[in-house]
Design a protein around this ligand. Structure first.
Ligand code: ZN
Ligand code: ZN
Length: 389
């Protein structure tokens, strides 16, 4: 089959690789009909996620048709259409029983590697480094889905791929980012990052009762998409974000702040950017956490900072004094996607949200290298790339 392979920094290739096979009794094999490139794939592409190996098949947002099931998968049959959540979860451990699927205790065969960096291991993730399981990803013609009786959701009512594909990650991720804000009617929420996840966080915050959502980015085309989802917007290359947010909230700050940027943030001040860029290059910190620092500083006293942007390791100049002295709550997590599949599918079916609004580019799988390059460099106003094999 053809698959998108990580070949080193800034290089992906679509290569001919062996077809996946059922390895365990709870596996299924899915023929991929649609897959997407995610902002977090750019952290792989840019070479910031450790434990990638040349030839690794990447991609964690995919859906398709079941072509084979293991003997213990009774919930799916050949021919079913499914969307596959990006975290791999067993459904039986304590974390899974509590709905914390992205920290499943049984799905990372390389747990020891993650424990060294993080203390304990999160779940395995499709196509996202050996530290997170070394699972081949879904930017391919076929994918093996472990614990297929737990993760995939069946799509039975003929909804188009483009409407449901993002249940695999970015829609529930944006939703969970807003949910962690404990939004009450009338709240003002600020979202750093107007990429697809930030755009879904904006839409979700409104669905949860926020009165105002303010979205922060530097690309006008992405801010325009956030505006279409209802956001007020700030371009951090044009305004001082902390000052602007104070002005917009009668001096108090937003009730909650969502970091939908993560480890490769940019900073308008060259000196500050250079500081973290150099430390990151020297492996003295793995992150450039400007969005997170700013979200903490901006948040109102007693507010919540919700982190859904991806971080990999350790960071510098973390404003702990602001967090502690001002009674802030810091929350984060890879999305527990399995928890949100049914309710969000219902919202799509009912027309409350049509996630396809984020798509700007549709390509064939063979064009994945061009898709990565465009998405990374933000050429042609590239917001979200969907690939079809
Ligand atoms: Zn993703
Ligand atoms: Zn589990």
């Amino acid at each position: 089959m053809k698959a998108t392979c990580w070949m080193g920094r800034n290089t992906v290739e679509v290569r001919e690789v062996p077809d996946p096979k059922i390895l365990n009794s709870r596996d299924a094999v899915v023929r991929v009909t649609s897959t997407a490139i995610c902002g977090s794939d750019l952290h792989l592409y840019d070479g910031y996620i450790p434990t990638m190996k040349k030839g690794d098949i990447i991609g964690h947002e995919f859906m398709g048709e079941v072509v084979e099931v293991g003997p213990k998968v009774s919930t799916l049959k050949v021919g079913d259409r499914v969307v596959v959540p990006f975290p791999i979860a067993c459904g039986n451990c304590t974390s899974c029983e509590h709905g914390m699927f992205s920290v499943c205790e049984n799905s990372n065969p390389n747990a020891g590697m993650a424990e060294k960096l993080m203390g304990h291991t999160p779940s395995g993730i499709f196509g996202y480094s050996h530290m997170l399981g070394g699972y081949p990803g879904g930017q391919a013609e076929y994918a093996r889905v472990p614990f297929a009786d737990v993760g995939p959701i069946k799509i039975e009512d003929g909804l188009a791929d483009e409407k449901v594909l993002f249940l695999s990650d970015i829609l529930p991720t944006g939703w969970m980012g807003a949910e962690m804000c404990d939004i009450k009617t009338g709240d003002t929420i600020a979202v750093w990052g107007a990429g697809p996840v930030g755009q879904f966080a904006v839409a979700s915050a409104y669905l949860m009762g926020a009165e105002r959502v303010i979205c922060i980015d530097r690309f006008p085309y992405r801010l325009r998409i956030a505006e279409r989802a209802g956001a007020e917007t700030l371009n951090y290359e044009e305004v001082d974000v902390l000052e602007a947010l104070r002005d917009m909230t009668a001096g108090r700050g937003p009730d909650a702040c969502i970091d939908a940027v993560g480890m490769e943030a940019h900073h308008p001040t060259p000196a500050m950017y250079a500081y973290d860029r150099v430390k990151q290059a020297a492996r003295l910190e793995t992150e450039r956490p400007y969005a997170l620092r700013e979200a903490i500083m901006a948040c109102r006293n007693g507010g919540i900072v919700s982190v859904i942007g991806v971080y990999g390791g350790v960071l510098d100049k973390f404003p702990m004094g602001s967090l502690m002295n001002r009674s802030l709550t810091l929350r984060g997590g890879q999305c527990h996607v399995q928890r949100y599949l049914k309710p969000l599918l219902a919202k799509i079916r009912d027309g409350d949200i049509d996630p396809s609004f984020v798509i700007t580019h549709r390509m064939r799988l063979g064009d994945a290298p061009r898709g990565y390059e465009m998405f990374k460099n933000k050429t042609d106003d590239c917001n979200k790339v969907v690939l079809t094999p």
